[in-house]
Design a protein around this ligand. Structure first.
Ligand code: PLP
Length: 376
């Protein structure tokens, strides 16, 4: 049996069309000669594709090395631009990606007050908590479009309205929905939107930041003035071309595999993290089996040919408790049990059933090794 890759929220395989397109021009887009002009045209063509998809101006798209850089640019860049301007508070959703949460330290060094917005049991910020926190001192609020660990969606427009109501800026990390979902920047109402090519069958090492025209932002990387002085450094031309082609080939993910997985799982001790009635990303499955750590189950599944994840960070070879699950109110031990399975393009009901069987079998083997102990 071939391996079953079910970790598409972590990354996706590069499309052959994308790979082929990346083998093209090698010029430096800043050069005046023919090779340089060809590379410039390629970068501009990709920017045009992204701006069309986003429904924004060409000049509102900046290419970066990753969504991580895009998010850092939005948060640190607006803090740098706001220095001296009065607003001192930055609010970050408690279940945001680490690329958002870990920017807190440098912000505090700059004299900003960084606060986390509490979230509900499925990772969505509590609107009433946000309301209680918002005031004229808030510079920026970060709340992602869909959570990478649990797959739940934020009510982005409601958040944007509230943040704009006090004159703050809204950053939306849309990494998990860009390409697979039909939205325009007007739907998100965000001032900054972060995206990443490798989550939509494009190359790794290239991302993009939408910055609403007129938004004050100080660049983080200075040098040759590339990206209209927003991000210096010779452009990753091949990566940017690949990003553009990936967006041209973007398509929705079917919920077939996910639905078949739940229907076939038949494992009463597994606890669904998000109740079935709450909408999640179509390829997304998240659960835990009490008494079985994510690490042991993932290692077992990997040996059996299924690549899944916990969605949590791995440091020095062992999984840390998921900060997302902790923010949802789970204990440290429970937050070490979360398993994320994310299906991708072309994966069918058959894929979902196969994944469910492998999970059931792996849990059974671990329970046997634990001496038949079952914790319900
Ligand atoms: N934000 C979310 C929600 C993500 O899932 C990821 C990737 O794991 C990132 C940001 C970071 O993206 P990149 O790998 O391009 O830095």
């Amino acid at each position: 049996m071939p391996r079953l890759f079910a970790d598409h929220a972590a990354t996706t395989p590069i499309l052959p069309e994308v790979q082929a397109a990346m083998m093209g021009d090698y010029g430096n887009p800043s050069s005046l000669h023919a090779e340089g002009r060809a590379a410039r045209a390629d970068v501009d063509a990709a920017r045009e594709i992204l701006s069309q998809r986003l429904g924004c101006l060409f000049a509102e798209v900046t290419f970066t090395s990753s969504a991580t850089e895009a998010v850092n640019t939005a948060i640190l860049g607006s803090a740098l631009a706001g220095l001296g301007g009065g607003r001192r508070r930055i609010l970050l959703g408690a279940a945001e990606h680490h690329c958002v949460l870990h920017t807190a330290k440098p912000l505090m060094t700059l004299g900003y007050q960084v606060e986390t917005i509490p979230c509900d049991a499925v990772g969505r910020i509590r609107l009433e908590a946000l309301d209680a926190m918002l005031d004229q001192d808030v510079l920026l609020v970060a709340a992602m479009h869909a959570n990478n660990e649990l797959g739940t969606y934020h009510p982005v427009k409601d958040i944007a309205d509230r943040v704009h109501g006090v004159g703050g800026l809204y950053l939306c990390d849309a990494v998990q929905t860009f390409g697979s979902h039909e939205w325009k920047v007007d739907d998100l109402q965000a001032d900054f939107v972060a995206m990443s090519a490798h989550k939509l069958y494009g190359p790794k090492g290239v991302g993009a930041l939408y910055v609403r025209a007129g938004t004050r932002l100080t660049p983080l990387i200075h040098g040759g003035g590339q990206e209209r002085e927003m991000r210096a450094g010779t452009e990753n031309v091949a990566g940017i071309i690949g990003f553009g082609v990936a967006v041209q080939h973007a398509q929705p993910i079917s919920a077939e595999a996910r639905d078949a997985f739940w229907a076939a799982l038949d494992l009463p001790e597994a606890i669904r993290t998000v109740p079935a009635e709450i909408p999640v990303l179509p390829g997304h499955v998240h659960f835990r089996v009490p008494g079985i750590t994510a690490e042991s189950l993932l290692i077992r599944l990997d040996r059996m040919g299924l690549s899944a994840s916990s969605g949590a960070a791995c440091s020095s070879g062992s999984l840390e408790p998921s900060h997302v699950l902790m923010a949802c109110g789970l204990s440290e031990a429970e937050a070490q049990e979360g398993i994320r399975i994310t299906f991708g393009r072309g994966q069918t009901a058959e894929t979902g059933v196969r994944a469910a069987k492998l999970v059931r079998e792996a849990v059974r083997l671990i329970q046997e090794a634990q001496g038949g102990r079952r914790i319900n």
